[in-house]
Design a binder for this molecule. Structure first.
Ligand code: COA
Length: 167
């Protein structure tokens, strides 16, 4: 399978909407609108991607054998955290378990360290999200700490695993 990252452009919006409406949200924050509409895609492409891509962030479609199957992002932080950036990814549920997120993470980590003014990448993962933790570990991220009962989703408390990778 050929895995590539492509810059998000308006012609890929349909793929973005499909991914966002068909990803497993169990261990996601509530930042991703639900349902994810045409207007959500338009706003995100115009107000986030167009403004930040290549400057203090990277926003990429995950493309497998020519089809959009996921979204992967690196978002720069601000203030004293300005040399750190947050990595995040989601896949369409039909495409999980095939090594796609691991390869997409490898690609975006390389690009982020080569092109952004950062020294570190971080991610906070819901403790039961074993697949996501594995994706990070397989890309050389290390567990830096456990943020105990840091997230509350649908009334349930979760520990967050904080992973980091230095340039
Ligand atoms: C997390 C996610 C991106 C992983 O994508 P993926 O392409 O399926 O991941 P990969 O196939 O590259 O790798 C998954 C790894 O996790 C492992 N894994 C998957 N489910 C697991 C489980 N329940 N317990 C333990 N390991 C698990 C796989 O075996 C694999 O590791 P291995 O290669 O050592 O065997 C995908 O499941 C997803 O989109 N989830 C919903 C959104 C989300 O949670 N995003 C992350 C927020 S931090």
């Amino acid at each position: 399978m050929k895995i590539e990252l492509k810059k998000w452009t308006p012609d890929l919006a349909e793929g973005l909407i499909k991914v966002c409406n068909n990803t497993d949200r169990t261990y996601l924050t509530d930042r991703l609108p639900n349902p994810y509409t045409d207007e959500c895609a338009k706003q995100w492409l115009e107000n986030i991607v167009a403004v930040h891509d290549g400057k203090d962030g990277l926003f990429r479609a995950i493309v497998a054998d020519g089809a959009v199957v996921g979204n992967i992002t690196v978002e720069g932080k601000t203030g004293i955290y300005c040399k750190d950036a947050e990595i995040g990814y989601i896949l369409h549920k039909d495409h999980c378990g095939k090594g796609i997120a691991t390869e997409a993470t490898r690609l975006i980590v390389k690009e982020a360290f080569e092109t952004l003014d950062i020294v570190k990448l971080t991610s906070e993962v819901f403790a039961p999200n074993k697949a996501s933790a594995r994706v990070l570990e397989k890309n050389g991220f290390v567990l830096e700490g456990v943020l105990r009962k840091a997230a509350c989703k649908n009334g349930e408390l979760f520990d967050l695993l904080r992973f980091g990778k230095l340039k």
